[in-house]
Each structure stands twice: as C-alpha cells, then as structure tokens.
Design a binder for this molecule. Structure first.
Ligand code: HEM
Length: 269
C-alpha cells in the first residue's frame, strides 16, 4: 500500500496562491529554484532584467570593479535631483545669475547644501568616471565582445566633461567667466573648422549673454539627455555582454605549471 505524504495546510495554501490568476499575472513564473524559473524571474522584472541571468563570481567582487561605474551613475542621479532644485532659483541672465547663486546660500532653505552637493558631486563624477575608465582599461575589458561598449563609454566620458564645462560658467562670477574665456579660446585651433566652432559654442566673438544661454541649455537639457540615452545603451550592452568581464581564464602555460607543481607535490608525499 503506497502512502502519499499529506500536504500541510500551509503548503496547500501556498500552492493555491502561486497558481492563482492574480499571482501568475504579477509574477509569470514559478519559484526560482530551477534555471528556467531563474531566467524567467530576471526577464519578467523591470528592475532585475537590467542584470544578466548569469555573472562571473570573480566579477561580482567589489575589489574587482571598485563599483566605480555604479558610483558614477549614483552621482549622475544625485546631480540630476539637486540640479532640478537649483533650477527653481537660477535664471540664466547675466544681471541675475551671480545674485541668484549668492542668494541660494543666504535666502533659500538648504540652498547652500544643495548647491554644494551639486558642485561636489560634479567634481567627484569626473574623478569616478576617469577611475572607471582606467579600471576597464587595466582589466582589458575594452576587448571583444565589449569594444562597442568601450566606444559608448568614451562618449559618456566626453559628455561628462561637457556637463562639467558648461556648468562652470553658470554662476557668472569672475573665475567662471575667465575660465570659460580661456577654455573656449582653444576652439579656433580646431583643425579645418577653426573659427566657426568657436562661434557655435560662444554665440559671438566674446563671452556674453548669448554664451550663458547656450551653456545653460546645454547643461540642463541637451547634455543630460544625451548622457541618459547613452547610459541606457551602456547598461543594456553590459547586460548583453554577460555583466562585467571577469579575469581571463588561465593560459595553457599557467595550467601546465600548475599541473607540474601538483605532480611534484604528490611525488614528495
Ligand atoms: C557616465 C559615465 C559612466 C557610467 C555611469 C558607467 C557605468 C558602468 C557600470 C555600472 C558598469 C558595470 C561595472 C562597473 O561598475 O565597473 C560599467 C561597465 C563598463 N563600462 Fe562604464 N560607465 C560610464 C562611463 C564609461 C567610460 C568612460 C568607459 C570607457 C571609455 C566605460 C566602459 C565600460 C565598459 C567597457 C564596461 C564593461 C566592463 C567589464 O566588463 O568589466 N564606461 N559601466
């Protein structure tokens, strides 16, 4: 006589819940204890689907990436949020800009904090994106199949610098005006295109109101938008390439040396 183990009340209730239409419409997969269900969990969730289903254990170590890409992304989000707050007070007018910025520190609640968070995060983002780029290069993660993402990364690097450069003019103080004067004076030296490049960036023959508006639009709309689009492609590509690249597999010479050491060790015993 076969004895079928009786299901507990909890098991029956769990099964009923998991099989219900509400559950299946929300989760669309069973408990993630099989490779198929694990894949379905990753693909059926808008947040999890950003990650590849399988990643190398080595590449997950914090000491492998130092999370420099993640920190750069965090800083970008922080800059976007603090930037939106600053936009409530800042007017890109040469007669008002400097006054707006100084008043942030005295007349606006948390204005000084918000401005400094924005400024420091901007400096840190330039540092972290550079370190991220060095890390990727050092690990040879720019090699196939990740060469496309390296190119996207180079664009991200330049757009980060464009954001930093355009933001520098906005306070309209002496250091901003003269730093941008020096920076934009490099533009006429662009091969072949020369002067027109300067005119497009500055909007005339000197740093004026037109320049401030150009830099403002670039800083708050154009460059963040392009950066966000490039980031979406960057993250999608990381996922498609199977997450961060782990260390390369050992070379044949290394494997042979290991085998020799193991044989020598066994012979000694
Ligand atoms: C706004 C700038 C950037 C953000 C937010 C960002 C974000 C990330 C994140 C989160 C990762 C996952 C691994 C990690 O954290 O290191 C990653 C990987 C990667 N990034 Fe970036 N990144 C940026 C710029 C760059 C730049 C400038 C380059 C190179 C020129 C680059 C090339 C790559 C490559 C090739 C990978 C794959 C690395 C691997 O497989 O080990 N990224 N990025």
């Amino acid at each position: 006589m076969s004895t079928v183990p009786k299901k507990s009340l909890l098991d029956t209730a769990t099964q009923k819940m998991v099989e219900s239409q509400l559950w299946r419409s929300l989760f669309r997969h069973g408990y993630p204890d099989t490779p198929l269900n694990q894949s379905l969990v990753m693909m059926g969730n808008v947040f999890l689907h950003l990650h590849p289903v399988k990643v190398s254990r080595q590449a997950m170590k914090i000491t492998y990436t130092w999370c420099m890409g993640g920190i750069t992304f965090f800083l970008f989000l922080l800059l976007t949020i603090t930037g939106v707050f600053l936009m409530f007070y800042y007017v890109p007018d040469t007669n008002l800009a400097y006054q707006n910025i100084t008043q942030l520190g005295s007349a606006v609640s948390f204005g000084h904090l918000t401005r400094n968070m924005h400024r420091w995060a901007a400096h840190l983002m330039v540092v972290s994106v550079t370190l991220h780029m060095i890390r990727v290069f050092y690990h040879g993660a720019y090699k196939p199949p990740r060469e496309f993402n390296w190119v996207i990364g180079v664009l991200l690097f330049f757009f980060t610098l464009f954001l930093s450069f355009t933001g520098y003019l906005l306070p309209w103080d002496q250091i901003a005006i003269w730093a941008i004067t020096v920076g934009t004076n490099l533009a006429p030296y662009t091969p072949i295109l020369g002067d027109p490049v300067y005119k497009v960036i500055v909007g005339g023959s000197a740093i004026t109101q037109t320049t401030l508006v150009r830099f403002y639009v670039g800083h708050v709309i154009l460059f963040p938008l392009v950066l966000a689009l490039l980031l979406a492609v960057h993250f999608w590509r990381i996922r498609k390439d199977g997450g961060a690249a782990g260390p390369p597999p050992p070379s044949r010479r290394e494997l042979e040396a290991r085998a020799e050491r193991a044989t020598a060790g066994a012979a000694r015993q």
